[in-house]
Design a protein around this ligand. Structure first.
Ligand code: FES
Length: 568
């Protein structure tokens, strides 16, 4: 038989399906085993649908439905869709932390795209790490790729109060620990807060990273913030499927979209929306895949010149559903237009400036004008000092103003087990002026750099009405969390960073405006302590964990594996 094709000769899938030989026949024959006739696939652009669906990743549990919408779009544009799974990373259920597996997922995504016959790929993501992992993998293999986020949940509601994922449970848990919330009320909150499909609906890491995907130019315009339960989520998935077919023919690869200008646009957007501190690690890692260095100074420089304008929890008052109704990320980008690289190419085939030219804001209380921001600078800033020679991070918009310039006595926990064992002990020598320090919580130390950075406030302080205290660690923090929390201290303690030798009673000084984090300990004393420090025994001696420990980079380098960066 002969089925003719007008598909571009350069489609990579033709290497699988065109040859008139034994293997060409086998490739066609095994697709026909799924019941496809030659007419529906032969000579058509093959569009992979990389699905991070999993019932373990509850935020992505609706992505099978989203994949069906993508398929409609692919079929309607004359392409041939094939859905495939990868490992999926569920932030809440996966232990010790999904971050331990981000690079594993990125490798899975990269190798599947490389190994299978696809001319373009649609990346279905949602929960925190699934978005950066998919973009990292797709960037490394450089096949045309478009991101379709699963979207945030609807707002949580409880007794007439709107509740935001993670953020409000943390607040209410403190109330419960302080004896101000009943068991019955707490149980009601559990059943009221996560009431639809989708990912966390504050400006946590999932909302931030899907917004970053859009700001990088990797999604259709307006795709990031549509709630998962809104019919427009499926409509934009269908449109993305259609666009993927065009991208395959245009050979619009990630390397043409993920440029220096695109990353600077994304950092600008991150600062304007008060994005999760995790975005810094993930953006550095994605950029590393395409050979673009993003030093922490660049984040700080952009933060100083970007007003914070998105009034979304945990730094603001509203939720992602409100953000979408107010115009979503396109309205933010439109507001930022004078500060953007407007000519950055996006997967729409147009520039970022063209994409958002007609965007409007429909609620000025949710998305503020650039001239009347919630804060004159961006959400996140970079700290330096003898405690963090390679940098540390604080989300200034979610920190208490009275603690942003402060000296206090260190109360040190050697690791997470030590923290959980002692933090609520009435004998703990701590008051509200103290600074909690947690060690062994970084990429190698924990390992996997879990979100332990927003350490619990000691129970005796909670009962006295204290709701914030300075906390410092080499851990990360959930994007849903808040407080005066210094994170990502680099080098981490388990790699011999100065954090490793901080002792109870040392005085520490934090000055956010001056970007300083210092232990008020002499250089000679620090040097002496470091000379006596011994590295801990490895947590893993086999398997993926061993590979992780041998190749993981530090937080300021994006926590990618050294051998996965461009040029490695
Ligand atoms: Fe998946 Fe928060 S747990 S986004």
């Amino acid at each position: 038989m002969s089925v003719t094709t007008e598909a571009p000769a350069r489609l990579r899938s033709r290497k699988w399906f065109d040859p008139d030989d034994l293997w060409g026949m086998a490739h066609r024959s095994y697709l026909r085993a799924e019941g496809f006739t030659r007419q529906v696939f032969y000579g058509k652009p093959v569009i992979g649908i990389c699905n991070s669906w999993s019932e373990m990743t509850t935020c992505n549990a609706h992505l099978r439905q989203v994949a069906e919408a993508v398929k409609r779009g692919v079929w309607s544009a004359g392409g041939f869709p094939l859905e495939f799974p990868t490992i999926s990373l569920g932030e809440v259920l996966m232990k010790p932390t999904a971050m331990l597996y981000r690079n594993l997922m990125a490798m899975d995504v990269e190798e599947c795209i490389r190994a299978y016959p696809m001319d373009a790929v649609v990346l279905l993501c949602g929960c925190d790490k699934t978005t950066p992992a998919q973009i990292m993998g797709a960037a490394s293999v450089d096949v045309p790729a478009i991101v379709v986020p699963g979207g945030p949940m609807l707002r949580g509601t409880w007794r007439g109060e709107l509740l935001g994922s993670g953020t409000d449970p943390r607040r209410l848990w403190n109330d419960k620990r302080a004896g101000a919330l009943s068991d019955e009320a707490w149980c009601e909150v559990e059943g009221s807060i996560s009431r639809s499909p989708g990912h966390c609906m504050v400006m946590g890491t999932a909302s931030t990273m899907t917004s970053m995907a859009e700001a990088l130019g990797m999604t259709l315009t307006g795709s990031a913030n549509i709630p998962a339960a809104d019919s427009r989520r499926l409509a934009i998935a269908e449109e993305s499927g259609r666009r993927a077919v065009e991208m395959a023919k245009e050979e619009l690869r990630p390397s043409r979209v993920l440029t220096r200008e695109a990353f600077e646009n994304a950092i600008r957007a991150d600062m304007a929306i008060g994005g999760s501190t995790n975005a810094i690690i993930h953006l550095v890692a994605i950029a590393g895949r395409v050979g673009i260095p993003l030093p922490l100074e660049l984040f700080d420089e952009i933060s100083r010149t970007t007003p914070f304008i998105a009034n979304i929890k945990p730094s603001g008052a509203y939720l992602m559903e409100d953000m979408y109704y107010a115009g979503g990320l396109p309205a933010v980008m439109k507001e930022l237009t004078p500060l953007l690289h407007q000519n950055a190419l996006t997967v729409t085939g147009k520039t970022m400036g063209e994409n958002v030219a007609s965007a409007e804001c429909f609620n000025r209380d949710v998305i503020k004008p650039l001239a009347q921001p919630l804060h004159p600078q961006g959400g996140t800033v970079i700290l330096r000092g003898n405690l963090a020679p390679h940098g540390a991070v604080i989300k200034q918009t979610a920190a208490s103003p009275h603690l942003q310039k402060h000296k206090g006595r260190a109360v040190v926990f050697e690791n997470y087990a030590d923290l959980t064992a002692r933090v609520d002990d009435p004998r703990l020598d701590v008051d509200e002026s103290c600074i909690l320090v947690l060690k062994s919580a970084g990429p190698k130390g924990a390992p996997g750099m879990p979100e332990w950075g927003d350490m619990p406030i000691p129970a005796k302080l909670l009962k006295a009405g204290v709701r914030d205290i300075i906390r410092i660690s080499d851990a990360r923090m959930s994007g849903t969390a808040y407080g005066t929390v210094v994170l990502h201290v680099s080098p981490e303690s388990a790699a011999g960073g100065p954090l490793a030798v901080v002792r109870d009673g040392d005085e520490i000084e934090l000055d956010v405006a001056e970007r300083r984090l210092e232990a008020l300990v002499s250089d000679a004393e620090l040097k002496k302590r470091l000379s006596q420090w011994r590295s801990p025994a490895p947590h893993f001696t086999r398997g993926y964990g061993r590979m992780f420990l041998e190749h993981i980079l530090q937080a300021h380098e994006g926590c990618d594996f050294d051998f996965l960066r461009a040029g490695a």
